[in-house]
Design a protein around this ligand. Structure first.
Ligand SMILES: [Fe+2]
Length: 218
């Protein structure tokens, strides 16, 4: 069982928030790398597909989960943090009204820029800043940092599940299936690789309410 899941699975109590900084860094890295692992077999073009209004492009999932850490963690708690791109808040906010206006959900497939590569740069920028914050936050600040970090990791794992369903929806397109076949990558391989802990995750009750409505509002 991974460090990330131990942190997440115990997050309903104080134990998770008292984990050492190194455990939170490992947990953060594990969840973030899982998102990239799921996107890796897709081309940049694959990642822009929005096959139906309720689905989201894979590139958008990668950016939105990153924006969540930037907006709610770094901009709020990392004094020296330099924002990657002020325009990303509009593009990658989902339904957080207090966080400002947002791009229309049914039109997320029209977001051709930033590119998939630039979203990768965005993710790397945020990852570096989050790791620094975990390492450098003072003892009092660290408690709040861990609380938001915990929410962000649960949020990203929710989107990892949505990525799989959205990829499956996109697979109705023969061109997408051919692309995956060419890369010797099949849906069976993708879904067969889901860690059982993702399916059986014990979501803390205070997040469960958000999870219940998340598919509609992602
Ligand atoms: Fe979300």
């Amino acid at each position: 069982m991974s460090a990330a899941y131990r942190v997440e699975n115990r997050s309903s109590g104080l134990a998770a928030r008292s984990e050492p900084r190194a455990a939170w860094r490992r947990g953060y890295d594990e969840v973030r790398s899982e998102t990239e692992r799921r996107a890796a077999p897709l081309t940049a073009e694959d990642q822009v597909i929005q096959s139906m209004p309720d689905a989201s492009p894979i590139k958008w999932h990668r950016a939105h989960t990153t924006w969540f850490f930037e907006h709610f963690l770094l901009l709020a708690h990392a004094a020296a943090y330099g924002q990657f791109d002020q325009r990303f808040g509009y593009l990658f906010n989902s339904y957080y009204v207090a966080a400002g206006p947002r791009h229309a959900r049914p039109k997320r497939g029209l977001i051709t820029r930033p590119s998939a590569a630039e979203v990768g740069d965005y993710r790397a920028h945020i990852d570096d800043a989050v790791r620094r914050l975990i390492d450098c936050a003072g003892p009092e600040q660290l408690c709040e940092v861990r609380r938001i970090l915990e929410i962000g990791l649960n949020h990203e794992q929710q989107h990892q599940e949505l990525m799989l369903t959205d990829i499956l929806q996109s697979a109705d397109s023969r061109s997408v299936v051919r692309t995956w076949a060419h890369r010797r990558y099949s849906l069976a391989t993708l879904f067969g690789s889901i860690p059982s802990r993702i399916i059986t995750a014990n979501v803390p009750s205070r997040f469960a309410r958000r999870t219940a409505g998340h598919r509609r509002h992602s």
